[in-house]
Design a protein around this ligand. Structure first.
Ligand code: ZN
Length: 347
């Protein structure tokens, strides 16, 4: 790849495969829609990232249309049961393997493997689960999934689980809502530390993040979240939270979701990418240059129209180069992720 390589904190491509809408071969050959396929990834320098397995909600799920009319406070869906969620994660890991067989991705278990894949014509894929409903109390499945390549986990997506409580899709609001981790959730964090699985804070509420900070021996990481000071959405991080992440030498990946970027919280893609730079400026100020990256949420969010899909990444990268110079742009594009993952995984 001749483009600046982007490795990022979150995408939902697997959701499209799990819904049966696209095949691994189509991802390798090219798709007419969505945000990610291999030809567009090569074109835009999308070198890979955390590939999320998100277990869909039962029933209606989130009413995204309401997010076009702020203020909003969307009711969260009910809990998903363990057996359903576990079967879904197994299928997600199968799909990831099928993507590798089709030549679209290379499944990475170490920071070194990601580095090696940055210049290859496959995407580097790290297996992540967003919402740990499928993990059992004895962690037997967690061990199995780790053996299959799982290296990152969010204890909750926004709906609550036996492990803890998440933030709602609420604007304006901060994320200081409700209790944090349960005792079982605290044990899950210890087990993730033991297995060196990265814990993702992006959908946890403030108390849950504090609980993780008190337990974990790893850097604090929010894979796809933005600055609350710019967009006061419950999903975004306040200055105090950013300072906690800085103090742990962790990092935050910039989420491209319009509703988490725009100061008005509106789910509307029609705006300038200057807003993305405002979030990056603020996060660089509070976190430092080594603790900021990207976390696109491609295939899971309405991204700014000027970017459109992963082939449009150079629009952002060029703007970053003009503002931050080549060295810091490379750090944000992939270097900081590789640093934090190496620190977390030990390899
Ligand atoms: Zn998410």
């Amino acid at each position: 790849m001749t483009r600046t390589a982007v490795f990022d904190g979150h995408n939902d491509l697997l959701l499209r495969l799990l819904a049966g809408n696209v095949t691994p071969e189509q991802v390798a050959d090219g798709l007419p829609d969505g945000h990610i396929d291999l030809p567009r990834a090569v074109k835009g320098g999308f070198a890979g990232g955390m590939f999320a397995i998100f277990v869909p909600s039962v029933g209606e799920g989130i009413d995204h249309a309401a997010m076009t009319k702020p203020p909003y406070d969307l009711p969260l869906p009910d809990r998903v049961d363990e057996t359903t969620a576990a079967a879904f994660v197994e299928r997600g890991l199968d799909r990831l393997q099928a993507l590798e067989t089709a030549g679209a991705v290379s499944l990475c278990r170490t920071a070194g493997e990601i580095e090696d894949t940055l210049t290859a014509d496959q995407m580097a894929a790290v297996a992540h689960i967003e919402g740990a409903e499928g993990v059992d109390r004895d962690f037997a499945r967690l061990h199995d999934w780790h053996a299959r390549g799982l290296r990152s986990l969010g204890p909750v997506w926004s709906r609550d689980t036996v492990w803890g409580y998440g933030v709602p899709f609420r604007y304006p609001s901060d994320g200081d809502i409700g209790p944090g981790l349960t005792d079982a959730g605290k044990a899950l964090i210890r087990e993730c530390n033991h297995l060196k699985i990265m814990v993702d804070l992006s959908h946890l509420n403030v108390k849950g993040m504090e609980d993780v900070a008190n337990i974990t021996s790893h850097p604090l990481v929010a894979t796809h979240s933005n600055a609350h000071a710019i967009c006061p959405h419950a999903r975004n991080l306040t200055d105090r939270q950013l300072h906690m992440i800085r103090d742990s030498d962790g990092m935050v990946g910039l989420n491209f979701a319009s509703a988490f970027l725009r100061p008005d919280g509106k789910m509307d893609a029609d705006f300038s990418i200057d807003v993305m730079l405002q979030h990056l400026d603020h996060m660089i100020d509070l976190l430092g240059e080594t603790r900021v990256g990207l976390g696109s949420d491609f295939d899971g969010a309405l991204v700014p129209a000027p970017i459109k899909d992963c082939a449009g990444l150079p629009v952002l990268i060029d703007a970053m180069q003009a503002r931050y110079g080549a060295v810091l742009t490379e750090q944000i594009a992939h270097g900081n992720w590789i640093r934090v993952l190496r620190q977390t995984w030990g390899v």
